[in-house]
Design a protein around this ligand. Structure first.
Ligand code: COA
Length: 258
């Protein structure tokens, strides 16, 4: 169905695997087209409760935008390329379902940016993160300058952006760029364990958590107001009635996503 992705759905968890291992899963046009279609599925299908994004093989998550597609682009064309990449990654960040990056190797340039657009990240112990664009006479174009500052702070972000240095998985953990570092063979298991927990919670409440947390970084939104509205909207759901009733009746809540 997809030429550059593998997808599977198991127990409500939709796994998207970027599948160009011979090119270290570099993001070319075909990957972006497929990724947008996969995101259409994520947004539209109620049976998809949560998402894992990872890379094929054991060496790379994604080694960046496909550099071979950069040659010959005009200034205007390259701006359009960056804008389109940013738009795709906004769709990940604003998805109403949790999206976790399982970083199974190099996450460089656009790969680091893809991982940062996910709601959180788990890394294998061989993972390496970096924004090497200055090596190419470039800067990140898919949101990297913004999200790296958000996630690890301005000083550490600017050091990585300006030096092109890579950091290893333990350093990424120390910086707060990833939530866990695990052995490569345990990466998907760890993500599925966390997502199984999240999938047992009220889906609308989960979506409202994402919306409110994203509002922190959105200048056009008042985050506290987003929280007030989300809290209130939850009171209008069947799941809130079920959750509070189940607590008082000392039983496990069963959420319907309504
Ligand atoms: N775009 C296009 N192709 C890429 C790529 C990218 N971002 N990253 C890796 N590849 C390709 C290589 O060209 C190579 O293809 P080939 O076998 O047809 O020659 C293949 O993937 C394997 O990469 P290679 O460089 O041989 O592996 P390595 O183990 O020697 O080095 C890296 C691994 C990640 C250090 C190196 O590939 C690299 O620096 N990649 C570019 C990272 C980057 O600058 N990303 C930001 C882009 S804006």
């Amino acid at each position: 169905m997809y030429s550059s992705l593998l997808t599977s759905l198991e127990n409500g968890i939709f796994t998207i695997t970027i599948n160009r291992p011979d090119k270290l899963n570099a993001l070319n046009r075909s990957v972006f087209t497929d990724l947008n279609h996969a995101l259409d599925e994520v947004y539209a299908k109620p049976e998809i409760r949560s998402v894992i994004i990872t890379g094929a093989g054991t060496k790379a998550f994604v080694a960046g935008a496909d550099i071979s597609e950069f040659s010959g682009l005009s200034v205007e064309e390259s701006k359009a390329l960056a804008k389109a990449g940013q738009d795709t990654f906004f769709r990940i960040e604003n998805a109403p379902k949790p999206v976790i990056a399982c970083v199974n190797g190099f996450a460089l340039g656009g790969g680091c940016e893809l991982a940062m657009s996910c709601h959180f990240r788990i890394a294998s112990d061989n993972a390496k993160f970096g924004q090497p664009e200055v090596n190419l006479g470039l800067i990140p174009g898919y949101g990297g300058t913004q999200r790296l500052v958000q996630l690890i702070g301005k000083g550490r972000a600017l050091e990585l952006l300006m030096s092109a240095n890579m950091i290893d998985a333990p350093t990424a953990l120390q910086y707060g760029l990833v939530n866990y570092v695990v052995a490569q063979e345990e990466l998907l298991t760890k993500a599925k364990e966390i997502l199984t927990t999240i999938n047992s919670k009220a889906p609308i409440a989960v979506a409202k958590c994402i919306e409110a947390a994203n509002a922190v970084f959105n200048e056009t939104q008042n985050g506290y107001l987003t929280e007030v509205n989300g809290f209130g909207d939850c009171f209008g759901t069947e799941d809130m009635k079920e959750g509070t009733t189940a607590f008082l009746e000392k039983r496990k809540a069963i959420f319907a996503g309504k």
